[in-house]
Design a protein around this ligand. Structure first.
Ligand SMILES: Cc1ncc(COP(=O)(O)O)c(C=O)c1O
Length: 388
């Protein structure tokens, strides 16, 4: 039994999330939990060597990833499909530059992880949104609109978030198949960012895009890592899997020439420890997060002004504030000044995100309750002040 209730203190660890005083940060997506002991042990053992020179990837790095995806998700990754990357964002940024030209469209279904826009727009590409349709309860894909976006002759790449951040939505095999068919029809390559795939409500599983059929497999680049799942984002380690050999050659050369394809000496040992010894920890983590979601649901049900969307994946809550807030940025600023609670404004994610805030609940339950109480107080004060 792992104890996720421990009140960790990250304030003296140069944590981006905790780079603040007397505030409660619940915005950026990393967790306030200690990692699985096997990961710490792997770092200690490597550190004891006391020499930290250039490092290659041992076979165990490949086999730990291959076994995990085969055993849990039925995706048979071949060793030669895999390349190391110093993170999923560096990989995506490199791939965008290989697969598209300046001025091209990269299609994204919004609201979506905001850093995709950086990888696209910082390099003179255009983020073409296909907005997910919100019906008051949940979101779905507007396939006519998605086809319109993909059919544009300037659209050459789609970045799919599978499962989807910030909605915590797990795409079904049918949805993925339709996306795959449309992308193939219009000659659009797919990046499937699967970083959130292991963080899942107990009993639910995600479908890897490359496992859907041959069309999806051969037209895709899948980005995976242990980082989000096992709370080791600061170790900067990820993997890219490209089944098609011609596409693979292009992508691998890009990762290498952009200098984002080489591991540090802790990258492989921690990935191997996570994927070979971390499964029980992950099972218990997912149960804990699920209980946190239930706690949040029960709490927020008492606030008629807000609506919490149901989600199966990850630890990010997507909360509708559209009934009373004028803008998500204004509301988040107000909340932070008023209560010290620091959330991510939904406008960051585009689409209809301005009606929402994103709250990271991967923290001990006592901290979550503190956050929820601050949220309730802030909503009350905001409504008193602005009364939309
Ligand atoms: C969808 C998605 N992709 C990528 C990342 C970041 O990946 P990395 O830290 O490996 O660059 C995140 C972090 O929140 C994310 O949510």
């Amino acid at each position: 039994m792992y104890d996720f209730d421990i009140e960790t203190d990250r304030s003296k660890s140069d944590s981006v999330k905790w780079s603040t005083k007397n505030e409660l940060p619940m915005w950026i997506a990393d967790m306030d939990f200690k990692v699985a002991p096997a990961i710490t042990q792997a770092i200690i053992e490597r550190a004891r060597h006391e020499i930290f020179g250039y490092t290659y990837l041992p076979d165990s790095w490949y086999s730990s990833i291959i076994d995990w995806w085969d055993r849990r998700y039925g995706l048979k990754i071949q060793k030669e499909w895999l390349h190391f990357a110093t993170g999923i964002v560096p990989a995506i940024t490199s791939i965008v530059q290989r697969v598209t030209n300046v001025g091209d469209n990269v299609v994204v279904m919004t609201p979506v992880y905001d850093i995709f826009f950086h990888s696209i727009e910082n390099f003179g590409r255009h983020a073409l949104e296909s907005k997910l349709v919100y019906d008051g309860e949940s979101y779905k894909i507007d396939f006519d609109d998605l086809e319109r976006a993909l059919a544009d002759p300037l659209s050459t790449l789609m970045i799919l978030c599978n499962p989807h951040n910030p909605l915590g939505k797990v795409w079904t095999k049918d949805e993925l198949k339709r996306i795959g068919m449309l992308c193939k029809k219009y000659g659009v390559t797919v990046i499937s960012d699967e970083i959130h795939c292991n963080l899942m409500r107990p009993g639910k599983v995600y479908t890897p895009f490359a496992s859907v059929d041959e069309t999806c497999k051969l037209n895709s680049i899948t980005c995976i890592s242990a980082s989000k799942t096992f709370n080791i984002a600061g170790l900067q380690s990820a993997a890219v899997a490209v089944p098609d050999p011609i596409l693979r050659n292009k992508i691998f050369r890009g990762l290498e020439s952009d200098e984002v394809g080489e591991p540090n000496c802790f990258a492989a040992v921690t990935t191997v420890a996570a994927f070979t010894q971390g499964e029980q920890w992950l099972t218990e983590l997912n149960e804990y997060i699920d209980m946190n979601k239930k706690t949040a649901r029960d709490f927020l049900r008492k606030l008629p002004q807000v609506k919490l969307l149901d989600c199966d994946a990850s630890y990010l809550l997507w909360i509708n504030i559209g009934k009373f807030a004028r803008s998500s940025v204004g509301f988040c600023d107000f909340l932070r000044k008023d209560t010290g609670l620091w959330l991510a404004p939904g406008a960051n994610y585009r689409g209809n995100g301005d009606d929402f805030v994103r709250m990271n609940i991967a923290c001990p339950r006592s901290r979550l309750l503190d956050g929820l109480n601050r949220f309730a107080v802030g909503v009350g004060h905001y409504i008193e002040k602005f009364d939309k």
